[in-house]
Design a binder for this molecule. Structure first.
Ligand code: NAD
Ligand code: DAU
Length: 378
C-alpha cells in the first residue's frame, strides 16, 4: 500500500503538541535542523514543560502557542490558520509516580486531550472532500503491561494490560486514535516506545534524577530491589523512528520502538555513578563546581544509593520486539548505551543553568519573561 501522506502532501506546517517537554523539544530541534518545514508547538507549559528547552531555535520557522490540547476550538483554529497537514502528538502527563498520587490530570490530558485533538483534526481534515493529512500519536510500551523474565518482548499484537493510571490513560488514548481511523477514516500512525533518556529530560525521571542527585550529594532512591527492567533508548533514536513512521508508515498501523537494551534499574544507577566519576577524574574543575557531591569530598557516588519502598503496582519488566518497525520502516537504534549515557551526563554538566532553574522553580518564569501574553512567536 502506498503512503498517501508522502505522495500527495505538500508539507506545510506541522502541529507538535507537547513540544516544550522532553521528547517533544528534542523532536522540534531535530525537525528544525533537517529540512525547511514550519513547526507550530502547542504546549500548556505544565510543570513538565519548559520554554527554555526551545531556546536558540530558528524563530522564523517556529511558532510557540501557549495552550491546552483539550481546547479543540483552539486546535481547530491552529490547524486552519497554519495550514497544518500533520499533527505529532507528544503532549501528555507522563510520570507514573504522579499518576499514582493524582490520576485525574492523566485522564484529563491523555484521554480527553487526545480526544479533543482528534475531534479538531477530523473537523478540519475530513470536511468536504478531505485533504492529505497525518495524525501521529506518540505512545508507550507500558500499555502492554508487564513481562516475566522469560517472556517474549512486547509485539504490536500483544493484548493491552495497562497497570498504572498513566498507562491506562495512554491505552485509552491509543484506542481513541485507532477508533478515529476505523470509524472516520482519519489517517493515523502510532508508535509505542520504550524508556527514553537524553538531554532536556525533567529530573524526576530515573536517569536525570540520578545524575543531578550525584552532583548535589543527594540520595539516589532505588525502588524495591532495583531489579525492575526497562529497555532504554536514546531520545534521538526515538525521534528518528517518528520521522520514519511519518515517511514510510502505513495509516492505521502501530509500530513498537525499542533500544534492544534491557537493563535492571540498579545497573543503570551504578553505571551512572561510574560514568560521573570518570567525568570528574578527567576534569578537576567539576569538584569546585559541585562541592556538595561525594566525589568532590573524596567519596564514591555509589555511597548515595538508598533502597526505598517500591512503587505500588510496579511493572517488573518491559522489553520491545521492534522487528515490525525494522522491516517496514527501516528503523534501528543507532546509539550505543555507553555513548548515549556519556552524552547525557555531558549535557547535564554543560547545561547546569537549565536544571538549576528547574530545581529552584524559576524555569516557570519563562512564559512571563519571553512570551508576555502574545499569541505566538515566530
Ligand atoms: P514530558 O512530561 O517531558 O512532556 C510533556 C509535555 O506536554 C510538556 O511540555 C507539557 O507542558 C505538555 N502538556 C501536558 N499537558 C498538556 C496539555 N493538556 N495541553 C498541552 N500541553 C500539555 O513527556 P515526555 O517524556 O517528553 O513524553 C512525551 C510523549 O512520549 C508522551 O506522550 C509520553 O507518554 C510518550 N512516551 C514517553 C517516553 C519516555 O520515556 N519519556 C517513552 C515512550 C513514550
Ligand atoms: O516505558 C516508557 C515509559 O518510561 C514512558 O511511557 C513514561 O512516560 C516514562 O516516564 C517512563 O516510565 P518509567 O516509570 O519506566 O520511568 P521512570 O524514569 O519513572 O522510572 C524508571 C524505572 O526506575 C522504574 O522501574 C522506576 C525506577 N525508579 C524511578 C525513579 C524516578 C527508581 O527506582 N527510583 C526513582 O527515583
Amino acid at each position: 500500500m502506498e503512503n498517501e501522506y508522502e505522495k500527495e502532501a505538500d508539507v506545510k506546517s506541522t502541529l507538535i503538541t507537547g513540544g516544550a517537554g522532553f521528547i517533544g523539544a528534542n523532536y522540534v530541534r531535530r525537525r528544525l535542523q533537517s529540512g525547511d518545514s514550519k513547526v507550530v508547538v502547542l504546549d500548556a507549559l505544565t510543570y513538565a514543560g519548559n520554554g527554555a528547552s526551545l531556546e536558540g531555535l530558528d524563530d522564523e520557522r517556529l511558532t510557540f502557542v501557549h495552550g491546552d490540547i483539550r481546547d479543540s476550538d483552539l486546535v481547530e483554529r491552529l490547524l486552519r490558520e497554519w495550514e497544518c497537514d500533520c499533527v505529532i502528538h507528544f503532549a501528555a502527563e507522563s510520570h507514573v509516580d504522579r499518576s499514582i498520587s493524582g490520576p485525574d490530570a492523566f485522564i484529563q490530558t491523555n484521554v480527553n486531550g487526545t480526544h479533543a485533538l482528534l475531534l479538531a483534526a477530523k473537523r478540519v481534515w475530513l470536511a468536504g472532500e478531505g485533504r492529505p493529512h497525518r495524525f501521529h500519536h506518540v505512545s508507550t510500551d507500558e500499555v502492554y503491561g508487564t513481562l516475566g523474565p522469560g517472556d517474549h518482548p512486547f509485539r504490536e499484537t500483544n493484548q493491552y494490560e495497562p497497570n498504572s493510571p498513566y498507562s491506562a490513560s495512554k491505552a485509552g488514548s491509543d484506542h481513541l486514535v485507532r477508533a478515529y481511523h476505523h470509524t472516520y477514516g482519519l489517517e493515523v500512525t502510532t508508535t509505542n516506545c520504550s524508556n527514553n533518556y537524553g538531554p532536556y529530560q525533567f529530573p524526576e525521571k530515573l536517569i536525570p534524577l540520578m545524575i543531578v542527585n550525584i552532583l548535589l550529594g543527594r540520595n539516589l532512591p532505588v525502588y524495591g530491589d532495583g531489579m525492575q527492567i526497562r529497555d532504554w533508548l536514546y531520545v534521538d533514536d526515538h525521534c528518528a523512528a517518528i520521522d520514519l513512521a511519518l515517511e514510510r508508515g502505513v495509516s492505521g498501523e502501530v509500530y513498537n520502538i525499542g533500544g534492544d537494551n534491557e537493563r535492571p534499574n540498579i545497573e543503570i544507577v551504578k553505571r551512572i555513578c561510574e560514568a560521573v566519576e570518570v567525568r570528574f577524574a578527567k576534569d578537576d574543575e567539576l569538584k569546585s563546581r559541585f562541592p556538595e557531591g561525594p566525589i568532590s569530598r573524596g567519596g564514591a557516588a555509589e555511597d548515595l544509593i538508598t533502597y526505598v519502598e517500591d512503587r505500588p503496582g510496579h511493572d517488573r519488566r518491559y522489553a520491545i520486539d521492534f522487528s515490525k518497525a525494522k522491516r517496514d520502516l527501516g528503523y534501528e537504534p543507532t546509539w550505543d548505551f555507553d555513548q548515549g549515557l556519556a552524552a547525557t551526563i555531558d549535557w547535564y554538566l554543560q547545561m547546569e543553568p537549565w536544571w538549576r532553574a528547574v530545581m529552584d522553580g524559576t524555569y516557570r518564569d519563562w512564559l512571563e519573561l519571553n512570551y508576555a501574553g502574545r499569541s505566538g512567536r515566530g
